[in-house]
Ligand binder design. Structure first.
Ligand code: CS2
Ligand code: MG
Length: 403
């Protein structure tokens, strides 16, 4: 089966997405998500200019060889743009292989290791009261695990808090990033109070998660992890900026709160020290940014040796193609932990019809051949791309900080 073409499809149904569609001489096509929030055009150009010409005429069934060709042949290895492009090609080729064999991708990986994929939803509030109530709403929706984020008293806007009932959309349309202000001390004082309130109000049955979102120093993260131990979190995510994995040694010395990291990782090399030294408990690099299925199943095997489980990123800026690929992987992978599931907008779901379903706190990818997701190009044309950026954050004194 030869690759006859590949289309880089940019649309904005609710938010910007870049989708790669690989076509073959047998009439089958496969999809990959090439969306990198706020850097969409960089990945689109990398694909169009430097990858697609190299795919034409290749045997679509040679997934590993094409991965090696795109990775080793790039010379300039790794990084979010390169690996998002490689991940999209890889995902599309697994989609094609499943369609050619008439089997869902999870079956090609080794079959189901569980009956459903445990997911967590995103509860947030513009106040602590609203956040606590939102956790209750997600429990009523059937979620068994809920991430909770709230605005920080005294700060106008903060990471993870939506503007209303809709899901939190971090990227803001505009020519340059919006600027927000962060303050460490009120954040660290408030988060333990938020989770104490959630436990008081909603009990101990539901798994609770929190995303620090790269904003603390190691000693601060150690303190927060310690302060949260009585609330028994499922995980504390991105406790520190992970340019410095060694920082996790300090956090680990001080707290038993489980740690998750890796949504900004893109190859095993970003995670190796953390896995080898068992400095984390969950690895978040998703199929669409972490090298695709081909690379990620190697990473998962290495993680398994270090008792690290998967907990893939699944925000709305990862498309339903990425979610479908994640769910096939999640259903199979032996050291599965949990899957993030921020529901997409209705426009997004309409452009990306998919087979995955939610029931009783679990997702299932469905048994359609391949990934079980498609792309409605005619409908997508109604939603043209608009530049959008992730915000930047400064401290109150103007110091540039981590958003
Ligand atoms: C977050 C994301 O879902 C998460 O855990 O870290 O909301 C992240 O901020 C966005 O995906 C960035 O585009
Ligand atoms: Mg996160």
């Amino acid at each position: 089966m030869k690759i006859t073409g590949a289309d880089v499809l940019i649309s904005s149904p609710g938010r910007n997405f870049v989708t790669l569609r690989v076509r073959t001489d047998e009439g089958l096509h496969g999809l990959g998500d090439a969306t990198l929030n706020g850097r969409e055009k960089a990945v689109a150009a990398y694909l169009s200019e430097h990858v697609v010409p190299c795919l034409l005429g290749r045997d679509a069934s040679r997934i590993e060889d094409i991965w090696q060709y795109l990775y080793r042949g790039a010379y300039w290895r790794r990084g979010p743009v390169t690996m998002a492009a490689i991940s999209a090609v890889d995902t599309a080729l697994w989609d094609i292989k499943g369609k050619a064999l008439g089997r869902p991708v999870y079956d090609l990986l080794g079959g189901a290791s569980r009956d459903g994929v445990l997911v967590y939803g995103h509860a947030s509030g513009r106040s602590m009261d609203e956040a606590v109530n939102e956790v209750g709403r997600y429990i009523d929706l059937g979620y068994r695990a809920v991430r909770a984020q709230s605005a920080i008293e005294g700060l106008a806007g903060t990471y993870g808090v939506g503007k209303g009932k809709d899901n939190y959309e971090p990227a803001e349309r505009g020519a340059v990033p919006a600027e927000t202000v962060f303050a460490t001390r009120p954040y660290m004082d408030q988060v333990p109070r938020l989770f104490e309130r959630i436990r008081d109000e909603h009990g101990w049955e539901t798994e609770l998660l929190h995303d620090v979102h790269h904003r603390l120093a190691p000693i601060e993260a150690a303190r927060l992890g310690k302060d949260l131990e009585s609330c028994r979190l499922f995980w504390l995510e991105d406790a520190v900026a992970c340019d410095n994995p060694e920082g996790f040694r300090l956090i680990r010395q001080h707290t038993t709160t489980p740690l998750a990291v890796g949504e900004v990782f893109n190859t095993v090399h970003d995670a190796k020290l953390l896995i080898d030294e068992q400095l984390i408990d969950y690895l978040r690099m998703p199929v669409c940014h972490g090298g695709g299925i081909t690379h990620l199943r190697k990473v998962a095997a290495i993680a398994d040796m270090g008792f690290v489980r998967t907990g893939f990123h699944g925000a709305t800026d990862l498309s339903p193609v990425a979610m479908a690929a994640a769910l096939h992987f999640d259903l199979w992978v032996p050291n599965f932990g949990i899957q993030e599931y921020m529901r997409h907008s209705e426009e997004t779901d309409a452009v990306f019809p998919h087979a995955y379903t939610f029931e009783d706190g679990y997702l299932h990818p469905g048994d359609a051949p391949g990934l079980g997701v498609d792309y409605d190009e005619a409908l997508a044309a109604k939603y043209p791309y608009e530049p959008a950026f992730l915000p930047v954050a400064r401290l109150a004194d103007g110091t540039m900080f981590n958003w």
